[in-house]
Design a protein around this ligand. Structure first.
Ligand SMILES: C[S@@+](CC[C@H](N)C(=O)[O-])C[C@H]1O[C@@H](n2cnc3c(N)ncnc32)[C@H](O)[C@@H]1O
Length: 230
């Protein structure tokens, strides 16, 4: 029995009985053989992607609208989406197929596990974390994916010059992200504050919901230095 079976890890999601539409289910079954990569902790994502070409990873793409738009606009970059909920994965597969995208694949698994096992050190160019689950109640904050350990993990896997782009509509989560990055201190622009949205970032479903509730949007962009930190 390993440690995790005694102390199950705290996950940033809860797998509910997902309501899946017939179209999402059909797309999932039909296209998984083409776009879904198996989770295999013994393998590297570069068993599937060319090592010498840029790879950007999105954590928790939801329905994947932004994911598809970004991949479409950047055909020379490879994108790997990580998501645990089947309906969104099915919806994304239908879009990948409709748009004939060749540069977007999915692993349906906890991002923390994929990062810990399948992504080599200093190998990826960017990480997108758009509207992570906010876990609003204080007693649930430990479930938030953006923790000190998350920053360390992402930093380790980014190539020098690589970036982490995190966006949330929850002010206290945004402040926590800033605080953690300041304490971490290794990213070039740790703790400099929020940025204007990157022009290439499309609106996501959760962003739309947040805006409908008059939530402000907080954007954070961290770069791994190419040389020593000054
Ligand atoms: C609030 S939704 C945001 C979805 C999308 N990014 C958007 O902005 O519309 C967060 C998503 O992250 C996914 N998620 C949460 N923790 C995850 C993890 N550890 N690994 C992969 N996906 C995760 C959830 O399943 C959910 O779909």
């Amino acid at each position: 029995m390993d440690d995790t079976s005694i102390h199950p890890p705290i996950r940033s999601y809860v797998l509910r009985q997902a309501k899946i539409s017939r179209a999402q289910k059909e797309a999932y079954e039909k296209y998984a053989p083409f776009y879904l990569l198996p989770y295999d902790p013994e393998k590297s994502v570069f068993d599937y992607f060319p090592k010498d070409e840029p790879l950007v990873v999105e954590i928790g793409f939801g329905m994947g609208h932004a994911t598809v738009e970004i991949a479409k606009s950047n055909p020379s970059v490879h994108y790997l989406g990580l998501e645990v909920h089947t309906p969104g994965v099915g919806a994304l597969f239908a879009r990948i197929h409709a748009d004939k995208l060749k540069n977007l694949n999915v692993i349906k698994r906890d991002a923390i596990e994929v990062f810990s096992t399948m992504i080599p050190r200093e190998s990826i160019n960017g990480v997108h974390l758009f509207f992570p689950d906010p876990w609003q109640k204080k007693k649930h904050h430990k479930r938030r994916i953006f923790q000190q350990s998350f920053l360390e993990l992402v930093f380790e896997k980014l190539r020098p010059g690589g970036y982490l782009y995190a966006v949330t509509d929850w002010e206290d989560y945004a402040q926590q992200m800033l605080e953690y990055s300041r304490d971490f201190g290794k990213f070039k622009n740790s703790g400099d504050g929020f940025i204007n949205p990157k022009s290439w970032r499309p609106m996501t479903s959760f962003e739309r919901k947040g805006k409908a509730k008059n939530h402000e949007i907080y954007e954070l962009y961290f770069e791994k230095p190419d040389g020593p930190l000054m």
